[in-house]
Design a protein around this ligand. Structure first.
Ligand code: PXP
Length: 238
């Protein structure tokens, strides 16, 4: 059965919109765990637009399940990760202008990723790499020594026509199967919501889904407990 990791970045986005002390992503993480999340994800961005250093450190102290840190492959972030010691680091591309992470890391262009992976793994922190569902990226992630990949599901989630959707999903399926063949763990995420998650029925290669915006948006209206519980039920039925 696939896991559900809940990304709580957008609780911090709401707080930072007013530079207030609330809502607290740490409280959201506790509620998400109580509602059945298998892990908590946060992305400490270089510009600190949502999650702050204080959040990450408190999350490390409070999260009981598994703390997953999304971060850019920079020396600053590696230093923070080695200090905070999350249960998993997911390396993502980052640019200041983007509204959210726009695509997977391009491992063809990023040859120094092996060193970043090594620096984390040598200190006992497993590493996942967020990549597009392209065979050459999966193979490169494997060669670079990643413990896991996270398949970027954004193109599929945003696809409009049926044929575009089908093509995007086939790529995800093929990528997941190839990664499993290479004995690499497979997570998936970005843009997934209460509708798009249903497409994954029967795709047993996905170990865990990483979902943030749709859950936090629903939580604003119905509460975190119900929002996480409903997603949990959909994933349990895949
Ligand atoms: N996975 C990665 C690597 C991401 O960068 C994000 C967005 O922060 C997510 C998953 C979650 O995406 P969403 O908020 O659209 O569910």
């Amino acid at each position: 059965m696939a896991g559900l990791a809940v990304n709580i970045d957008h609780i911090a986005t709401l707080r930072e919109a007013r530079k207030a002390g609330y809502p607290d992503p740490v409280a959201a993480a506790i509620l998400a765990e109580l509602a059945g999340a298998d892990g908590i994800v946060c992305h400490l961005r270089e510009d600190r637009r949502h999650i702050q250093d204080r959040d990450l450190r408190l999350l490390r102290k409070t999260v009981q399940s598994k703390l997953i840190l999304e971060m850019a492959a920079t020396s600053e972030m590696v230093g923070i990760a080695l200090d905070v010691r999350p249960d998993l680091v997911t390396l993502v591309p980052e640019s200041r202008e983007e509204v959210t992470t726009e695509g997977g890391l391009d491992l063809m262009q990023n040859k120094s990723i092996t060193e970043t992976i090594g620096a984390l793994q040598n200190n006992g922190i497993p590493v996942s790499i967020f990549i597009d569902p392209e065979p050459e990226q999966i193979k490169a992630a494997h060669q670079a020594g990643a413990d896991m990949i996270e398949i970027h599901t954004g193109v599929f989630c945003e696809a409009t026509g049926a044929s575009q959707r089908k093509l995007a999903f086939t790529k995800i399926m093929d990528a997941a199967k190839l990664a499993k063949k290479l004995k690499t763990g497979v997570n998936a995420g970005h843009g997934l919501c209460y509708t798009t998650i249903k497409a994954f029925k029967g795709l047993s290669e996905i170990d865990e889904f990483s979902i943030g915006h749709s859950i936090v948006s629903r939580a604003a209206l119905v509460g975190m407990d119900r929002a996480v519980g409903e997603m949990r039920a959909l994933i349990d039925n895949l």
